[in-house]
Design a protein around this ligand. Sequence first.
Ligand SMILES: [Zn+2]
Length: 223
Amino acid sequence: MALKFEINGKTYSQKEARVLCRLLLNKYKVSGAVDDLNDFLFLKEAFERHHYNPLQKLPSPIKSIFVKPSSSGSNYQFWVVLEDGTETHIGFSKKCFVTERIKNKLIHEDNVIDAARHHIRYQQDEARNNFKNTNNLICAICRKAINKADLHADHTPPDSFKSIFKAWLDYKGINIIDITYMDLHNTEQRGFQDKELINDWRIYHKLKFNPQPTHSRCNIAQG
Ligand SMILES: [Zn+2]
């Protein structure tokens, strides 16, 4: 049976739903804000009901939606502003209208990446503390001065977090889906189950990590 997705009382196939999202993306490339109420309500429900992980991605209702170029400038993306003030990019061509199997796979991958970030966070904190002892900090992204209260220690392109993590997986010859994780007690953090894997990952990351000071807002806007 073909998958059906309901949006505001109408049902769509996966393909139809994605084609409509694509049409709206193209429609708002120039003006930016999705200001037609019907278009807005269609996208709002499409994302809120059919994103693979709305609990994590959309913790509060969508308040407004707009279209802007990606950071590389090669394509356009939907961005949503939530009622809690969060602003985030949202994908529809792989991240919405998925099968149950793909949904579980994507959630597993997110959780493994979460765990991987958790295991190296102390390295970022160390770098940040070192920067705090330095004067005249300049943001590596916008090149303006940084107030120390607003300081992040970011990965430096081309060694972004994701590229280091991917290189490590390749080097180990493991698939992200095969890494098992667990919830760490009394926190919302996750960690790898395999202690040796944790050590290995920390060492690998440390070798490749070349932090630069950035504003927290510039860092977050980069995704
Ligand atoms: Zn900046």
